[in-house]
Design a protein. Sequence first.
Length: 243
Amino acid sequence: MNKLKKELEDMKLLLRNVPSLVISLFFISVIVMNLLANKELFSAKYLALDCGFTVSWVSFLCMDMICKHFGPKAAAKISVLALFINLCVCLLFKLMSMTPGMWGEFYTYESMDVNIALNNTIGGSWYIVLGSSLAMFVSALCNSGLNYVIAKRLKSDSYKDFAIRSFTSTAIAQFVDNLVFATVVSHVFFGWTWIQVLTCSLTGAAMELLGEVVLSPMGYRATKKWKEEQVGQQYLDYMAAGK
C-alpha cells in the first residue's frame, strides 16, 4: 500500500510538471491514431498504411521529449495513462454505437447500411482495440527504455545526440508497434502471411519515422527551452532526492 501511495504521489507530481500541451498532444494523438486506423491510406503488395500513420509519429515525438527531460520512467507512466484513457474512449465509443439513434449521414442517404457501418467503425472490433492497446504498451516501454540506454552512452546535449537517441528508439519501437499489431490482428484475423507482416512492419516504421524526422528539431528546441526555464524542476528534484 505504501508503494502504491508513493507511485500515485509520483504520478500526480509528474502530471503537474509536464507541460500540459505535450500531454494533450500525446493523449489526442493516441486516440485519433486508434480511430483513423480503421481507414486504409495506401495499399500495395509490400506496403500497407492506415490513416493512423498520419499522427502516430506525434505520440513517439512526445514520448522522446518527455524521456529526454523527465526520464524513461516518466515517459512510461504517461504512456500507460494515455493507454488507459484511450481504452476509456474506446469503451465510450462502443457504448454510443449501441444506442438506437441515427448518425447524421443516415438522413443524407436514408440507409440503415450507413448507420450500421458508422456504428461498426466508431464502436470498433474488440480485436482491433486489443491489438492496438497491446502494441502501444509494448512499443512505449521499448521506446522509453531504448531512448534512455542510448542517451547514457552519448556525451553531449546537442541536436545530433537528440536525433540519434530519438530516431533510433522511434524506428525500433515503431517496428515493434507495427509487428505486434500485425501479428495479433492482421495475421490472426485478416490472414496476412508472415512475409506481409514483416514487410509492412518495416516499411510502415520507415514511413512513420519520416514524420518525426521532419519535426524533431522543434521537439529538441522545446526540451532545451524547458531546461533553460527549469520546467518541471519540482519533479526532477523529487526524483533526484529519491535516488
